[in-house]
Design a protein around this ligand. Structure first.
Ligand SMILES: *[C@@H]1O[C@H](CO)[C@@H](O)[C@H](O)[C@H]1NC(C)=O
Ligand SMILES: *[C@@H]1O[C@H](CO)[C@@H](O)[C@H](O)[C@H]1NC(C)=O
Ligand SMILES: *[C@@H]1O[C@H](CO)[C@@H](O)[C@H](O)[C@H]1NC(C)=O
Length: 299
C-alpha cells in the first residue's frame, strides 16, 4: 500500500516533469523557436539596420490613436515573395485580438465573449472557402485557428486599402508571426481589416495565436501593445495548405498548429540568403552562400 508520503512524492515528481515538458502543461500553447534567417530579418528591422524594403501601401495604423506610419512592405516589388508589416524607425506592429468567426469548443474559456470584443463579426473573410473544403467546420474558430487579420478593405472616402491578393498572397495561406522572446507562430491568413473604425488598422490575430505568444492574459479587449511583432505573408500557391494540408477540424490550437508547422517551416526556410521564393542553384548558390552572411537583408 503506498503511503500518503509516497503519493505526495509521486505527484511532486509528476508536476516537476510537467513543468519541464511543454506538451504536458495544458496551459502552454505551441510555438516554435525563430530560425536564424528569420530572426536576423526580425532583428534587422528592429535595430534599424533594415527597414521597409519596398512599400506597397502606407498610411495604416497599428495603434488606434497612434500614427499612420505602418506600411505593407515587400522584398521585391516585381516578384514579391513575402509581404510584411513595418512601421518605420525600428517599429513593426502590435497585436490586437480578433474574436470573429466561430467560438466554442473545449478551449473557449470566455476570453473572447461578446462583451469583450467590441467589433465582433460572426464570419471571417474566407468563410466561403472554409465551407467549400467540406471538412466539418463552418468557419475559423478564434480559440483554435491561429489566424491573422491582414489586408485592408473599405469604402469610406479616402480610406486606405490594401489587397494582398493583388500581389499573389492567397486566402488561407500560411503566415509567420514573430513575437519577442524567440517565439514563432505559424498562422493562417484568415481575415481582413474593414472600415468599421476611425482608422485603417493592422496587427490583429485570433485569440489562439495571441495566447501562444503572450498567455491567457490576452482577451477580446486586451491585446499586446508593444510595436515589436513581425507579420510575414508568403506569395504563391505553395503557401496554401488547402483542404488536406491542415487539420482544419482540429479541436484545439496545438493540434491545428502542429498540422501547419511543416509547411510553415518550408516557407520560412525559403527566406534564406538571397533566394526568397526562387531556387538558387549552381553558381548562384555559391555566390548566394558566400554573400549570405551580409546579404540576408536583400532577401
Ligand atoms: C498620415 O497622416 C497625415 C496627417 O493626417 C497625412 O498628411 C499623411 O498623408 C498620411 N500619410 C500617409 C502615408 O497616408
Ligand atoms: C526613432 O526611435 C528612436 C529610439 O526609439 C527615438 O529616440 C527617435 O526619436 C525615433 N525617431 C523618430 C523620427 O521617430
Ligand atoms: C501576460 O502575462 C505574461 C506572463 O505572466 C507577461 O509576461 C506578459 O507581459 C503579459 N502580457 C501582457 C500584454 O499583458
Amino acid at each position: 500500500m503506498p503511503t500518503l508520503q509516497h503519493c505526495k512524492r509521486r505527484i511532486g515528481a509528476l508536476l516537476l516533469f510537467c513543468a519541464a515538458t511543454p506538451a504536458c502543461a495544458d496551459s502552454s500553447f505551441l510555438t516554435s523557436a525563430v530560425p536564424q534567417n528569420l530572426n536576423d530579418f526580425y532583428q534587422g528591422l528592429k535595430d534599424r539596420v533594415a527597414s521597409c524594403q519596398h512599400s506597397l501601401a502606407g498610411g495604416f495604423y497599428s495603434i488606434d490613436d497612434g500614427t499612420n506610419t505602418t506600411s505593407y512592405c515587400t522584398n521585391d516589388p516585381h516578384r514579391p515573395s513575402i509581404i510584411y508589416l513595418s512601421s518605420g524607425n525600428g517599429t513593426l506592429s502590435n497585436m490586437d485580438i480578433d474574436c470573429d468567426g466561430v467560438q466554442g469548443g473545449s478551449q473557449d474559456d470566455g476570453r473572447c465573449s461578446l462583451g469583450r470584443s467590441p467589433d465582433y463579426q460572426d464570419a471571417t473573410a474566407f468563410q466561403d472557402i472554409i465551407q467549400s473544403y467540406k471538412v466539418g467546420i463552418s468557419d475559423l474558430n478564434t480559440y483554435v485557428h491561429p489566424y491573422v487579420v491582414f489586408g485592408n478593405s473599405g469604402s469610406k472616402p479616402g480610406w486606405r486599402t490594401f489587397d494582398p491578393t493583388d500581389y499573389g498572397v492567397r486566402p488561407l495561406s500560411v503566415m509567420a508571426v514573430v513575437c519577442p522572446g524567440n517565439k514563432l507562430v505559424y498562422g493562417i491568413w484568415g481575415d481582413t481589416n474593414g472600415d468599421d473604425g476611425d482608422n485603417p488598422m493592422v496587427g490583429e490575430v485570433s485569440i489562439a495565436l495571441a495566447t501562444a505568444c503572450w498567455g491567457k492574459n490576452m482577451t477580446g479587449d486586451n491585446g499586446y501593445d508593444g510595436m515589436d511583432v513581425l507579420y510575414v505573408a508568403f506569395t504563391g500557391k505553395d503557401a496554401v495548405p488547402g483542404k488536406n494540408g491542415a487539420d482544419w477540424a482540429a479541436k484545439d490550437y496545438d493540434t491545428f498548429e502542429r498540422s501547419i508547422q511543416p509547411l510553415g517551416e518550408k516557407l520560412v526556410q525559403r527566406m534564406r540568403a538571397g533566394g526568397v521564393g526562387r531556387k538558387v542553384t549552381g553558381f548562384g548558390a555559391v555566390v548566394g552562400c558566400a554573400l549570405a552572411g551580409g546579404l540576408w537583408l536583400a532577401l
